[in-house]
Ligand binder design. Structure first.
Ligand code: A3P
Length: 334
């Protein structure tokens, strides 16, 4: 999808807060490195990371207009690391008093997780403040893929009390999930081959890539500011959901009470948000997300280790090598 001057790339921004008109956008794009990529045919490198045009505009809009509130919560991921799952989990966790997870009319049984926890980059400034997904009127939950270095400074500043839950995923599974998603989403003129997708990913030219740099940024932040950034792994959430749920609840300042523990609240949230439960919900089987993305494209297999069914041994070794090299000395291993 090559940008044309007539295309309204600022479409997600309302009239009063248009971040760039078409001329400014064209000037910006022509000044940025551009490469072929995976989900959309091209990406542009902005402040060290690769973005599609709509995401780039979303980032610039946030940087210019987003004002965090004291207890905002941000779920941050690299695309295809379990964002949708974390949206469901955080929504169910934070709202468990107003919406007990066992209630037959729970909002997650009638709404896609993205309707309850929106992407920061896809909101217009006028929508930032209308988002309220907790009965506590001042608590908002957003999801985002923005790397920490590109985040509006007001959020990462040590003065703010916002909290970030970062979820990462095994790199090989992340790539395989991204590859399948690219060919399911309707944003390319033709499907991308595994080899082309792999080469782009290894070069770092994937959505908000290099994925390693995005992960490392939040890993370091979680080490320096553990009260502000919680670093989680998809595999740990899968393998030990109960202890991870407790860790998450403690971090967010909403620990499970003894009564809740005894009544099975932890298991109920895990069950409500499980892949099996979420994929039975009608809106997750049908509705549309944004142009080109159906809600169902955010649910595929939801397992650990599916890379074995897709990657050659050479591809797997190459990704392992890059991961080891990038994370060396950081204390992080995936
Ligand atoms: P797979 O393609 O490996 O199946 P994102 O939400 O960041 O786009 O990530 C999508 C990935 O998370 C997909 O992985 C999807 O199947 C998986 N996923 C979605 N909902 C899930 C859930 N409730 N539990 C576990 N995995 C889930």
């Amino acid at each position: 999808m090559e940008p044309k001057s007539s295309e309204p790339y600022h479409q997600q921004v309302d009239d009063e807060t248009i971040v760039l008109d078409n001329n400014e956008l064209e000037n910006l794009l022509s000044s940025l490195p551009k490469e072929r990529s995976i989900i959309t045919p091209y990406k542009y490198q902005y402040q060290g990371f690769w973005y599609s045009v709509p995401l780039l505009l979303g980032v610039i809009t946030c940087q210019k207009h987003f004002q965090p509130r004291e207890n905002d919560i941000f779920i941050v991921t690299a695309p295809k690391s379990g964002t949708t799952w974390m949206k469901a989990i955080l929504y169910a966790l934070i709202n468990r008093e107003a919406h007990p997870p066992k209630t037959p009319h729970h909002p997650l049984l009638n709404n896609a997780p993205r309707d309850l926890v929106p992407f920061l980059e896809f909101l217009s400034p006028s929508e930032y403040d209308s988002v309220c997904n907790s009965p506590d009127k001042s608590m908002r939950i957003f999801a985002t893929h923005i790397p920490v270095s590109n985040f509006p400074e007001s959020i990462t500043s040590s003065l703010s009390n916002c909290r970030v839950v970062y979820m990462c995923r095994d790199i090989k599974d992340n790539f395989v999930s991204l590859f399948h998603f690219a060919n399911k989403a309707n944003l390319r003129p033709s499907p991308i081959s595994l080899e082309d997708a792999f080469n782009s990913y290894c070069k770092g030219v994937s959505a908000v890539g290099p994925v390693w740099d995005q992960i490392l940024g939040y890993w370091k932040e979680s080490q320096e500011k553990p009260h502000k950034v919680l670093f989680m792994k998809y595999e740990e959430m899968k393998n030990e959901p109960k202890s991870q749920m407790r860790r998450l609840a403690n971090f967010l300042g909403v620990p499970f009470s003894v009564e809740e523990e005894n009544s099975g609240m932890v298991d109920q949230i895990i069950s409500l948000c499980s892949f099996e439960s979420m994929t039975k919900v009608d809106v997750n089987k049908m509705g549309n997300f944004v142009d080109g993305f159906t809600n169902s494209s955010f649910f595929r297999k939801g397992v650990v280790g599916d890379w074995r069914n897709c990657l050659t041994p050479d591809m797997a070794s190459r990704l392992d090598e890059i991961t080891e090299e990038k994370f060396r000395g950081s204390g992080l291993s995936l």
